[in-house]
Design a protein around this ligand. Structure first.
Ligand code: TMP
Length: 236
């Protein structure tokens, strides 16, 4: 498999076309941004860790019946994935109040939510990824009712699987963001990444933050936190 043209460069990844029209190659960068690009930095080794952690979790989810874009890890930073059209929604699942939910609803960080919360944001950097509900999604034709139902069911199922999986490594899954894509035959699959960039991972005992909040909030120990997640999941 060979890279041809670069299709896209995002804040944390580049995506390349390949000589197979149904396959892309994703390349993970060490660049980190927060607050819609307002804060910029580098997390040394992040690209390698996010590539490996994402692939590990996607393989685990595939094994549990969740269709994903994952095909094959090619190197430390690069992975072959199915070529998809990304559904322009960020799908956020929350188990414990933190971040923007705490701010919006006045719930102290760490408050266990009585029921899992599912949120959607419209993927549009210029608008700052505004939160939308199903009415907005159908009005803007971002997804059909059938697609949104499938995406919601997958997101909640992924939450159940991931929460139980991570608990054995003493990692509490506070919240996370998913993206889904549509393959050429119209199948909806989990895409993008599942990593300390896109999840809040807390140590189950100390509640220490082991994710990108260390960068967002200048808490220090950013690289160590990413490394700790890799070590707990993959023993390295
Ligand atoms: P929030 O509390 O800032 O809304 O974030 C909720 C979850 O989504 C958290 O696990 C971090 C993740 N997230 C992303 O992956 N990308 C983003 O651009 C934002 C704002 C959050």
């Amino acid at each position: 498999m060979e890279k041809t043209v670069q299709l896209y460069e995002g804040k944390a990844k580049k995506v390349f076309a390949t000589n197979d029209e149904n396959v892309c190659i994703v390349s993970y960068k060490d660049d980190a941004t927060a607050f819609n690009g307002a804060k910029k930095g580098t997390i040394v080794g992040k690209g390698v860790i996010n590539n490996r952690v994402t692939n590990h979790l996607m393989r685990m989810l595939e094994g549990q019946g969740i269709p994903t874009h994952y095909i094959k890890e090619l190197s430390d930073r690069e992975t072959a994935v199915k070529r998809v059209t990304i559904v322009p929604l960020e799908v956020i699942v929350r188990n414990i109040a933190a971040g923007s939910l705490s701010k919006r609803l006045g719930l102290p960080e760490g408050t266990k939510l009585a029921k899992t919360v599912l949120e959607f944001s419209y993927k549009d950097d210029a608008l700052g990824d505004p939160m939308v509900n199903s009415y907005h999604i159908f009005a803007m034709q971002l997804a059909t009712p059938e697609e949104l139902k499938l995406i919601s069911d997958y997101a909640l199922k992924i939450n159940e699987i991931l929460t139980a999986y991570l608990a054995q490594f003493n990692i509490e899954l506070v919240d996370f963001k998913l993206e889904f894509g549509k393959t050429s035959d119209g199948t909806i699959v989990l895409a993008d990444e599942i990593s300390p960039d896109t999840c809040r991972f807390w140590d189950s005992v100390s509640h220490e933050k082991l994710d990108k909040d260390r960068f967002r909030r200048d808490l220090g120990g950013v690289e160590d936190a990413y490394q700790e997640i890799l070590k707990r999941l993959m023993g390295e």
